[in-house]
Write a new protein. Structure first.
Ligand code: 5AD
Ligand code: FES
Length: 349
């Protein structure tokens, strides 16, 4: 057992603020004993804030058109092999109707950066969604937009915004994205979203190409300092039609360990057991919950488009109807002693 690691783990468990150098020790799979101690402490921390409730978010993948060319992403604009689709506002509202019947009280509208979804179209849609379902939260996950756009969408009723920072190291960011995208702008968007009043989600992939313990330490330090309301993490998984096709997938064990560390950095964070985790391991979601996650995001997109929203190869949950996906998840969550609740599931402050 590594003494310095064990002592750092104790300080994390005790709720101390850590330095970037401390997080470097926590950025690798630890020895078995320390790992189990961190996991148990993460589960206890989660239960103190959220009990054994797991929140569900209905994920509606509104478009796979994207003007960006992220090197890891299956819907990047240079992927010519992909059949593109976009959902109309009417189709999106029908997905939400189905979701509401199934007990979802949060809808996540996620998509590539697609100019079809103007501020006007989105504001109308958000306004209609919130009028029809005033007891629901609307979360947006539509990438980088202007400050003005973020303000208008918030004024129209959007409650939350997910924008993974992807990596908190500027040089690493530049190796994952083409030159036209910028780390500074990404970070600026996150701070703007916070100032406007959104509940904000950040996050990153585990095992993305060129990631090191050093870059991961920066991610963890950033999470501590920014304290996002949500944090999405999942293993990097290669997609055959991207420049990163031949890179190895991220480690499941490291992802689970980092879920526990993030839970301990911020005990009230909303932490999803992601689809990427479920894709990497058939019991990935259950393992995620047992590591400290408290959110699952079943797919509400129309089955006919699901396979087309493929960020990485072999994505899970693309064949099931929404109701099946929800039931399957409820059973999985119950199998590890937790329960899915019908609730907006806001962050507890
Ligand atoms: N593997 C895992 N996660 C991915 N994402 C995009 N491409 C991949 C991939 N190949 C993640 C990114 C993005 C989110 C929507 O999905 O972190 O922010
Ligand atoms: Fe569009 Fe990454 S290429 S989200």
């Amino acid at each position: 057992m590594n003494e310095r690691l064990s002592e750092t783990a104790n300080r994390l468990i005790a709720g101390e603020r850590l330095r970037e150098a401390d997080f470097r020790l926590l950025a690798a799979v630890p020895d078995k004993e320390t790992g189990e101690r961190l996991r148990a402490a993460a589960v206890a921390a989660r239960e103190r804030v959220y009990g054994r409730d797991v929140y569900v978010r209905g994920l509606i993948e509104i478009s796979n058109h994207c003007k960006n060319n992220c090197l890891y992403c299956g819907i990047r604009r240079d992927n010519r092999a992909l059949e593109r689709y976009r959902l109309t506002p009417g189709e999106i509202l029908s997905c939400a109707d189905e979701g509401y019947r199934l007990g979802f009280r949060t809808f996540v509208l996620q998509g590539g950066e697609d100019g079809y979804y103007t501020d006007k179209l989105l504001c109308d849609l958000i306004f209609r969604l919130k009028s029809r379902y005033p007891d629901c939260a609307v979360t947006l996950s539509l990438g980088e937009r202007t400050d003005e756009s973020y303000r208008l969408l918030f004024a129209a009723g959007a409650d939350r915004y997910l924008l993974r920072h992807e990596t908190a190291d500027a040089a690493h960011y530049a190796r994952l994205h083409p030159g036209e995208m910028s780390f500074e702008n990404r970070m600026r968007c996150l701070y703007t979203l916070r100032v406007i009043g959104y509940q904000v989600g950040a996050g990153f992939m585990v095992g993305s190409p060129f990631q090191t313990a050093g870059t991961l330490a920066k991610d963890l330090y950033f999470i501590q300092e920014f304290s996002p309301d949500m944090c999405g993490i999942g293993p990097f998984l290669p997609h055959r039609e991207t420049p990163f096709a031949a890179y190895p997938a991220g480690s499941l064990r490291l992802t689970l360990h980092l879920l526990s560390v993030i839970r301990l950095i911020q005990p009230n964070v909303l932490l999803p057991a992601t689809t990427a985790l479920a894709t990497a391991d058939p019991r990935g979601r259950e393992k995620g919950i047992l590591a400290g996650a408290n959110v699952v995001m079943p797919n509400l997109s129309p089955v006919k488009v699901r396979k087309q929203y493929e960020l990485y190869d072999n994505k899970a949950c693309t064949g099931e109807e929404s109701a099946q996906c929800k039931n399957c998840l409820s059973q999985r969550v119950a199998s590890v002693g937790y329960r899915i609740v019908t609730d907006r599931g806001d962050v507890k402050k």
